[in-house]
Design a binder for this molecule. Structure first.
Ligand code: GLC
Length: 477
């Protein structure tokens, strides 16, 4: 089978969040199957073009029609010996030779161009996939353009589309005129494109894709409910017949405490005492009190409201009254950054605020910490809890989305479960879950058994890849 994965980011080339990890690991896992070709399409951003570590070759150029525009498009490819997995880059310096990936005034036009250029590339490569797998609003126009402009041709007609939602919050909303002025879609497309007085790209993709998926089973259910859907619950409900939830995996080679080159010392479930050396190293590096008898809780997250930082803010005083250490790594809203900085200033032995995006420090924190805290209001999947478990770091999570699916509540009577959980979005419920974690930390026998059992949790892509295959086959057979 031939699969085209369209994404606005994929590690190692470019990554701003979880999508970048998924768009790196999923194609890798898919390409392991026999008789499979996977082509990943990315914008040729400045950060990729200017990075001498990547060997990228020029293939061809052509023009892409976008409403009244005729736009230059260069097609590049990463030099690779693996014929089954190829990375293609869509070049246009006006659109993509800028700093960062998103947040420009003309993002709608930039990603409309990207989506159209992907479809035009097929003609020039003379390669037609069985399935196009698009992700989030940035590539939501691929299924739309395919239906509107390409389905008439013999080569494009058999292509089927899957649209994966990684987060309902970002839907790609643009003004009304966008449909005609930028996309150049015929007038009868207005109904498909419009929602709530704007053009809504995610809604259009839900309508036009053959199948829709999201990144956990629980989130697939939640987004049919107004609390989670950011307005699109009715649209999702009426398309629930083609909606499924497939939980993300992680790259178990990159996140392996036995081989991870970024951590202080390697360990596995049989040498857990070495995890203590990683903790000591982290305490020294961060200037915390060097103690092995205090539970260390880490947060590796964007510091924004829906990650549950407001709950932490509400009980910061109580938390720091406990005998624990709190390490925060991440950037985000100014008010939260300042809050953590100020507590770290006042409690230097207990609290460390690292207002940075630092991959090495994140790995060292996974390896050294005892507990990882994720009190998200909404979490489509979440990768942090999966990575943490690989390193024997126990999750404390709110029971939502992928957190609910991957971290069943620990039961001391049976030894089953992966972590400490709470249901209601309430700061004191969260505090209670943290304290259950602190309590078990001091019960060494049960604690070590729990660490070993979460380390054995299978977060690889194996099972999920099978579920994607089932979807691909259901569309194409
Ligand atoms: C988004 C979601 C996150 C998910 C990731 C990858 O960033 O917020 O929960 O893990 O996408 O699918």
């Amino acid at each position: 089978m031939k699969i085209l994965l369209a994404s606005s980011e994929a590690a190692p080339f470019i990554k701003t969040g979880g999508l970048g990890d998924v768009a790196a690991a999923l194609p890798k896992a898919l390409a392991e199957s026999a008789n499979t070709e996977v082509y990943v399409f990315l914008p040729y951003y400045k950060a990729i073009k200017d990075n001498p570590d990547f060997e990228i070759e020029y293939l061809t150029n052509f023009t892409v029609p976008l409403s009244w525009r005729s736009v230059y498009c260069g097609l590049f490819r990463a030099v690779s010996k693996r014929k089954k997995l190829q990375y293609y880059f869509i070049d246009n310096e006006y659109y993509f030779y800028r700093d960062g990936c998103y947040g420009h005034y003309d993002d709608g036009e930039r990603f409309a161009f990207f989506s159209k250029a992907i479809l035009e590339s097929l003609l020039h490569l003379d390669w037609y996939p069985d399935v196009i797998h698009a992700n989030d609003w940035q590539t939501a126009l691929v299924p739309v353009f395919l239906r509107a402009f390409y389905m008439g041709s013999e080569e494009y007609q058999p292509i089927r589309t899957l649209f994966t939602i990684h987060n309902m919050e970002y839907q790609g909303r643009f003004p009304d005129e966008f449909v005609d002025e930028v996309l150049g879609l015929p007038g009868d497309w207005k109904g498909t494109m419009q929602f709530d007085g704007c053009t809504n790209l995610m809604k259009a993709a839900i309508l036009t894709s053959d199948r829709v998926s999201t990144v956990s089973r629980t989130y697939a259910y939640e987004i049919q409910n107004p609390y989670f859907a950011h307005g699109l619950h009715d649209v999702l409900r009426s398309h629930s017949y083609k909606l499924s939830g497939v939980v993300n995996g992680i790259d178990t080679e990159v996140f392996d405490p036995a081989t991870d080159p970024l951590i202080y010392t390697n360990f596995d479930a049989a040498t857990l005492e070495k995890k203590a050396e990683n903790k000591k190293f982290l305490q020294e590096r961060l200037g915390l009190a060097v103690r092995d008898d205090v539970p260390m809780v880490v947060m590796i997250t964007r510091l924004v409201g829906h990650k549950g930082v407001d709950l932490i803010q509400a009980v910061m005083g109580d938390l720091l009254w406990d005998d624990l250490q709190l390490v925060v790594i991440g950037t985000g809203e100014w008010q939260y950054e300042e809050m953590f900085r100020s507590y770290a200033w006042n409690y230097p032995a207990k609290m460390s605020a690292n207002i940075v995006f630092d991959n090495t420090l994140a790995h060292q924190a996974y390896a050294g910490a005892d507990l990882v805290l994720m009190p998200s209001k909404q979490e489509p999947c979440g990768l942090t809890q999966l990575i943490a478990m690989r390193y024997g770091t126990i999750p404390i999570v709110r029971e939502t989305g992928g957190l609910f699916d991957t971290v069943p509540a620990y039961d001391i009577a049976t030894g089953e479960g992966n972590g400490f959980t709470f249901k209601t979005y309430n700061a004191h419920d969260m505090l209670d879950a943290v304290r259950r974690g602190e309590g078990l930390f001091h019960d060494k026998e049960h604690w070590t058994a729990l660490q070993k059992s979460v380390m054995a949790h299978d977060s690889s892509w194996k099972r999920s890849v099978q579920e994607y295959w089932d979807i691909y086959h259901a569309m194409t057979d």
